[in-house]
Design a binder for this molecule. Sequence first.
Ligand SMILES: Nc1ncnc2c1ncn2[C@@H]1O[C@H](COP(=O)(O)OP(=O)(O)OP(=O)(O)O)[C@@H](O)[C@H]1O
Length: 344
Amino acid sequence: MGQSEVNFYQQQVVELLKQVIEPNLKKDIVSLGMVRNLRIVDDYVYLRLYIGSHQQQLKLEVESKLSSLSWCKKVYIQICTIPGVKITLGISSGKGGVGKSTTAVNIAAALSLQGAKVGLLDADVYGPNLPQMLGLGQADIEVIHTPTGDKFLPLEVQGIKLMSVGLMAEKNRPLAWRGPVLHKIITQFINDVEWGELDYLLIDLPPGTGDAQITIIQESPICGVILVTTPQQVAIADVRRNIYMFRQVGVPVLGIVENMSYLICGDCGSHTYIFGSGGGEQLATELQAPLLGQIPIDQRICSGGDTGNPIATSEQASPAGEVFRQIAIALHTTFSTIDQLNQL
Ligand SMILES: Nc1ncnc2c1ncn2[C@@H]1O[C@H](COP(=O)(O)OP(=O)(O)OP(=O)(O)O)[C@@H](O)[C@H]1O
């Protein structure tokens, strides 16, 4: 088969795959980034399907669609899923320090409050701080033997299952993993954790667009990313670079969370936009992705992070607590988990 023929056949395959629609998200599996590593070798089609544990029927649909290809002898589909996990989401930011981990922890807490089974994977290899934000010190990770090999057992804290690269590092020692070692550790993290049944797995990604972030996105069935930004333009320029990377790997951006949006006056309740305003909104319009929430600057968010009490749980009625609750509801609506959960 010549290259032009391969290209033609590949185009045919992509067109058919675009007819397979994920029923909850109501979008085709190609634009959802679920199909990767598509290759055509002689009369065979090879592809990887990145799906959640509840989406196995998509494999059958792909097989059925591609059965109409007269030239194709067989379709080989490799299912890439995290066992037991339905929806895997990435939490990302263009640069460090904008409150990505804070957002990840609080969204996890808000989802959990509403009855969802939630896991948090702290994959921020450059600054893994989720254990502390949930009130955990250094803890030993248990390894269990399963029929599919040895697995790490996540810790469970405040109803959230947690696994962190930070738990594997020595205290006060920066993680200096690079290249193949980093790649191996990250893939182990994605594939070798025994999560049990989860509605949501949130992955706290390293900031920026480095190797670690790209590896995680490519190797995991992330079905969308939530971008955290602050209102300043500089942060927003970084977010744009980030978005470009997600588009290249084909992972959709589900929405934007603007953090440190405003300060609420303790006396009169007025809002002061310390870092300017409108950045998140502008980005959301440009991306045609929803602005999921604007989180105020609140000292309780900071102290809650230091003491392991996420504001989404400890101060549910606060403005920030309410924003996180709304974000959780928006996610339930997007993924149609709403009917399975009863506390809304
Ligand atoms: N809305 C907020 N109000 C007050 N403090 C906040 C807010 N959001 C985050 N912070 C504080 O800002 C600091 C940085 O937040 P966080 O660690 O979540 O950022 P990050 O983007 O994950 O950073 P890194 O990339 O370095 O891990 C923390 O001390 C956190 O408590």
